[in-house]
Design a protein around this ligand. Structure first.
Ligand code: MEV
Length: 323
């Protein structure tokens, strides 16, 4: 039977995390590490899933049985995307799905959103539905919300459009930017963060100190707008300074950790232009902007401070059919 392979990129949040959950904008770039999904119609009335890198081996359920959204996290996003697609197009068929992660789901590079986007795209291809980026985004974002309950959708947009985007909550604005490859060094802090938990932490802070938190979001929004300009002009030194300012505001939101601060100090002592958390915080990755000639020094400093380098390039292509 017909087999389809699609892939979608992971992402890095460049500016604007957390504030983007509250109606502000952010800058996100797609990275050249991808999730690949192979999908095949099968005669048996079953959904079968293998995703060996996240320890999903031989998952299967009858088509007639409601998908169990309590199962393994990797399966939940796949099932949610299938369910959303089925509700929209009413298609019923046995499916065999294989997922390959081109990057660790620990890094916070958006594997869940990339998987959801891949599933929608692959189903569209296999059932001959012509879907554009915005339609894929709408379906995949719904799937992600059904599983996570919260999230701005910026990661889903990055997986759909690729490149570097200016993005506003819920996809109200999705503007592809002309930007050169960013001279970034990325380091994993060694701790896996849970995005919904961190979103709720900031939510609690906002409820407790509404004015103060809203002011922080407004300041972040201003930084995002300035960064958008500097990014398109390739003014890396100034962009780095804005990154650091954005990071200081994230510290005020309470989402940094001693390990993240240690990594960021190490990057500065090696001559970085700027550095910040990328994503929800609480662990995951930091991004460091530095002149190319300093990259080696920055990398050494980050490793010495206990970080693990994540070698990715920015501005990668969005979701695409491979075979
Ligand atoms: C998480 O990577 C970024 C947040 O802004 C959440 C979101 O935008 O969905 C904290």
């Amino acid at each position: 039977m017909k087999k389809i392979t699609v892939s979608a990129p992971g992402k890095l949040m460049l500016f604007g995390e957390h504030a983007v959950v509250y109606g502000r904008s952010c800058l996100v770039t797609a990275v050249d590490s991808r999730i690949t999904v192979e999908i095949k119609k099968i005669d048996q009335q079953e959904v079968k899933i293998d995703a060996p890198q996240v320890k999903i081996n031989g998952y299967q359920r009858k088509l007639s049985v409601e998908a169990c959204l309590n199962s393994h996290k990797g399966v939940r996003f796949i099932e949610a995307a299938i369910e959303i697609f089925r509700k929209r197009y009413g298609l019923v068929n046995g499916l065999k799905i294989k997922v390959e992660n081109g990057f660790s789901s620990n890094y916070g590079l958006g594997s869940s959103s990339a998987i959801s986007v891949c599933i929608v795209k692959a189903l569209a291809e296999i059932f001959s539905k012509k879907l554009g980026c915005k339609q894929i985004f709408n379906l995949a974002y719904k799937a992600v919300l059904n599983v996570q309950g919260v999230g701005s959708g910026f990661d889903v947009a990055a997986a759909c459009w690729g490149g570097t985007l200016f993005y506003t909550t819920g996809g109200k604005k999705i503007v592809p930017l002309k930007a050169e490859r960013l001279p970034l060094v990325i380091a994993y802090s060694g701790n896996k963060a849970d995005t919904p938990t961190l979103i709720r932490k900031v939510q609690k802070l906002r409820l407790k100190r509404l004015n103060e938190t809203e002011k922080i979001f407004d300041k972040i929004e201003k930084i995002v707008k300035r960064a958008k300009k500097k990014l398109q002009e390739g003014k890396w030194e100034e962009l780095g300074e804005l990154m650091t300012k954005n990071h200081e505001l994230l510290v005020k939101l309470g989402v940094s950790t001693p390990k993240i601060e240690k990594l960021i100090s190490a990057a500065f002592s090696a001559g970085a232009f700027g550095a910040k958390i990328s994503g929800a915080g609480g662990g995951d990755c930091i991004i460091v902007l530095a002149g190319k000639e300093k990259h080696h020094l920055v990398e050494q400093a980050l490793v010495k401070a206990g970080g693990a380098l994540v070698p990715v390039e920015t501005g990668a292509e969005g979701v695409r059919r491979e075979k």
